[in-house]
Design a protein around this ligand. Structure first.
Ligand code: URP
Ligand code: ZN
Ligand code: ZN
Ligand code: ZN
Length: 503
């Protein structure tokens, strides 16, 4: 039987190596069928000549907010996933979110299924955000989320009035998820520190966008990250700290990993490329900084960026996600969110930046594909680990997503051959439903020439979006893998036989 698709003349990059050129990928029924040479092409076989370009796995973006109630001007599924495939991402995991008054997760899930079903250009799964983890929810509903719906990860917040859970609730969630083989994602910032600082800033009428960054200093992230790690250590639970922006907080992770705790870390493009000066007013627009309000905030110094880049290279970070959580700057109807009677109020600016489409090109641009060996920030296999293989494994999609191997979905990105810097990020070229990109004008080394999802070309840079809205499939995920350290550690300061008294 002929292959449906054969890709020739590319350089395949996996999570462990850059394969010799000349290997071909044969695709049948949407799956990678084999990798070899001289693959037979019949009359019905589509052939794509990669012309010497790198081929990487389709991106897995494991931190995406679409159709969120707290971002009414944000991206929905259609525009968000369209933007994903145009930037080389073929799988996303997005957040269904409990609100405090939701005493059951089922209506929340039903509603989220309703807004996403047949509304996705890429394959997708859900995480669940827990804001009110009652005993009923933890004991009866979360196990069914995993078993019946393949939702095997939850996120919790240590900050934000509307979302925050206390340390006891963090522990309850960690113990439950540990028992079910689920991964807990934690947004770690010290809520009370931030509340205290906001009170003082408001008293002094310091309410412009820039003061968002002042209200959320690194120490708030550092303290909460260390606390989250300690709670996970007590629960002996795998955990991932999301969207890390502070090098000191990342050092806590590195230390935990050194003690073989299963503590994972994620960072995002904006923390690697942008600084807090972006929050300042511009001559042409006083409120401009609102475009760069996210939590944790952009940090102040290039040293912060350097520390994070080191942890990209040295293996501390497990995943590199977009945290695509945008809101429009100019709201239809003319009222900018966070401008109250013409006065900027940073506490009212929706948090989060657009970035689902620019994530892969921004990081690829820092590999030896686009940089001299001395200037490259990370290797090509490390790029693949961070953007595809690791998130797939951590979130229970291994065997299907995130790797270029026989039997896996034929999700691939073919980059431009030999392109090292001709491409500049422009809002006008992006496919989200936002009115700006925080990366405007930034050069990237390359851009996906083709994005392939289950053997179909869904993005062709010359022709645009070729995928269909209903093509994206829901992914029932399995148990995630522990990618660093192991479980079974005794919490620090506890004697072996003490555990039996309380477990
Ligand atoms: O600023 C951010 N990151 N907003 C999105 C929600 C979150 O905390 O991930
Ligand atoms: Zn968060
Ligand atoms: Zn500007
Ligand atoms: Zn987020």
């Amino acid at each position: 039987m002929d292959f449906d698709l054969v890709i020739t003349n590319g350089i395949i990059v996996t999570a462990s190596e850059v394969l010799p050129s000349g290997l071909q990928i044969g695709v049948r029924d949407g799956k990678i069928s084999c990798i070899g040479t001289n693959l037979p092409c019949g009359g019905s076989t589509q052939v794509i000549d990669a012309e010497g370009a790198y081929i990487t796995p389709g991106g897995v973006d494991s931190h995406v907010h679409l159709a969120q109630k707290n971002a009414p001007t944000g991206d929905g599924w259609e525009t968000g996933t369209r933007s994903a495939i145009a930037g080389g991402t073929t799988t996303i995991i997005a957040f269904a979110s409990q609100e405090k008054e939701d005493l059951s997760l089922w209506p929340v899930l039903d509603e989220y299924i309703k807004v996403s079903k047949d509304q996705s250009y890429c394959d997708y799964g859900y995480h669940f955000i827990l804001t009110n983890p009652t005993a009923e929810i933890l004991h009866n509903e979360v196990p069914l989320l995993a078993k019946d719906h393949g939702i095997t990860s939850v996120k919790l917040y240590m900050t934000y009035d509307a979302m925050k859970v206390n340390d006891r609730e963090v522990l309850d969630i960690l113990f439950t998820c540990k028992a079910l083989g689920m991964t807990t994602m934690i947004h770690a910032e010290n809520h009370d520190m931030i509340a205290k600082l906001i009170e003082g800033l408001e008293r002094n009428k310091n309410t412009e966008p820039y003061f968002h960054a002042v209200a959320r200093p690194r120490i708030a992230e550092d303290e909460a990250s260390y606390r989250a790690i300690s709670l996970a250590e007590l629960a002996d639970a795998p955990m991932l700290l999301v969207h890390m922006s502070s090098d000191v907080a990342v050092q806590h992770v590195r230390d935990a990993q050194g003690r073989l705790l299963p503590i994972h870390a994620e960072t995002c493009p904006h923390y690697l490329f942008l600084l807090s000066d972006k929050l300042k007013a511009e001559p042409h627009d006083h409120f401009h900084g609102a475009k760069h309000v996210c939590s944790p905030p952009l940090r102040h110094s290039p040293d912060d960026l350097e520390g994070l880049w080191r942890s990209i290279a040295n293996g501390t970070f497990t995943t590199f996600s977009s945290d695509h959580a945008p809101s429009k700057y100019d709201v239809p109807g003319g009222k900018r969110l966070g401008l109250v009677d013409g006065i900027p109020r940073f506490t009212r600016i929706p948090n989060g930046l657009p970035g689902i489409e620019t994530r892969m090109p921004l990081l690829f641009g820092q590999t030896p594909a686009c940089q001299t060996p001395e200037q490259a920030r990370l290797s090509l296999p490390r790029f693949v680990q961070l953007t595809a293989t690791n998130p797939a494994k951590l979130y229970g999609l291994d065997g299907r997503k995130g790797s270029i191997l026989p039997g896996y979905d034929a999700d691939l990105v073919i980059w431009h051959p030999g392109d090292t810097g001709s491409c500049v990020i422009k809002q006008a070229n992006l496919h989200h439903d936002m009115d700006y990109t925080p990366f405007e004008g930034m050069p990237v080394g390359n851009w996906p020439r083709y994005t392939i999802l289950r053997g179909q070309v869904v993005w062709d840079q010359a022709k645009g979006i070729l995928g269909k809205l209903q093509y994206g499939q829901y992914l029932k995920r399995g148990k995630g893998e522990v990618l660093t350290g192991r479980t079974g550690n005794l919490p620090r300061g506890m004697l072996e036989d003490e555990r039996k008294y309380w477990r």
